[in-house]
Design a protein around this ligand. Structure first.
Ligand SMILES: C[S@@+](CC[C@H](N)C(=O)[O-])C[C@H]1O[C@@H](n2cnc3c(N)ncnc32)[C@H](O)[C@@H]1O
Length: 277
């Protein structure tokens, strides 16, 4: 299904390299998703939305969770990602998983979701890329049934991303990423704004926790950061935001970190669980 105006100029892109990175990323964060979904009571027979689903690695898990009597609608505006997900769903015989191409920056097309018909909505690493949060938040407030739950995993402070010691090159990388996303209308500290905006739409915060991690170089959360450092400089360079000198300094930092005891700190990711009364 495609809604009007659904097309993507998403800053991270929807090419195969980024899709593969999202798959590795989901593998690292999957246990945190499963714990949140379990705590929210999401299970068999439920109707769930995956907002900004990407290639749908979480959508596939959600579809397994709700089973054949439930339904998952995975929404994104990147056609390459939706096609990938549809192929995976057919291969896994997950008939309960459907996709919808929708631009979450726009209000058009949201009527396709109906009103008060969804038990839950999952939204991870998406709000930070939107120019306008209103269409997404209005959609959620309208689509959830009374008692329905929204689970968000979004960043509250992306520039906590750090490496100690010797992280000056990494600090520059962090500043340039933030600049790149802001240049595209995004907000890498978006979770700071979400509580007031969701409360204004009548939702109530039931639970929140920090998913920020601090780890040694060989731990999965540090490897996740290293993975991003391996791919995103090329995109910054293509945008004119990263020079060979910047890359040299970053690589020197990383080389030092691999040879010494170093602490990796992730961007401050927040879990928020909201309920529609
Ligand atoms: C970092 S990926 C996260 C994907 C997925 N939620 C996950 O956790 O793996 C961000 C996703 O948001 C989608 N996105 C960004 N802007 C969007 C928009 N305006 N409308 C719909 N989807 C959008 C992108 O296409 C991409 O799939």
């Amino acid at each position: 299904m495609t809604a009007p105006g659904a097309s993507s100029n998403y800053v991270l892109g929807s090419h195969d390299r980024e899709r593969d990175r999202l798959q590795r990323q989901h593998a690292i964060w999957r246990d945190d998703c499963l714990a949140a979904w379990q705590q929210a009571g999401w299970g068999a027979g439920q109707r769930l939305l995956d907002l900004g689903c990407g290639p749908g690695f979480a959508s596939l898990d959600l579809a397994e969770r709700v089973g054949p009597t439930g339904s998952v609608l995975a929404i994104d505006n990147a056609s390459a990602y939706l096609e990938h997900l549809q192929a995976q769903a057919s291969q896994g015989n997950l008939q309960q998983l459907h996709t919808l191409a929708l631009d979450l920056n726009q209000a058009s097309g949201v009527e396709a979701l109906g009103e008060g018909q969804w038990d839950g909505a999952w939204c991870r690493w998406v709000a930070m890329f939107l120019k306008d949060l209103n269409p997404l938040l209005d959609l959620i407030a309208r689509a959830l049934r009374p008692g329905g739950t929204l689970i968000l995993h979004e960043y509250g402070q992306w520039d906590t991303f750090a490496l100690y010691p010797r992280g000056a090159g990494l600090d520059r990388f962090v500043c340039r990423c933030i600049q790149h996303w802001r240049d595209h209308g995004g907000d890498p500290h978006v979770a700071q704004r979400l509580p007031a905006l969701l409360e204004a739409r009548g939702l109530r915060l039931k639970h929140c926790r920090s998913l920020m991690a601090c780890s040694t170089s060989d731990a999965p959360k540090a490897q996740w950061l290293q993975d991003f450092l391996g791919s995103y400089p090329d995109q910054l360079a293509a945008a004119g935001l990263w020079s060979p000198g910047d890359q040299e300094e970053l690589e020197a930092d990383l080389g030092h970190a691999m040879g010494h005891s170093s602490v990796w700190v992730t961007p401050a990711l927040m879990e928020m669980v909201w309920e529609k009364p």
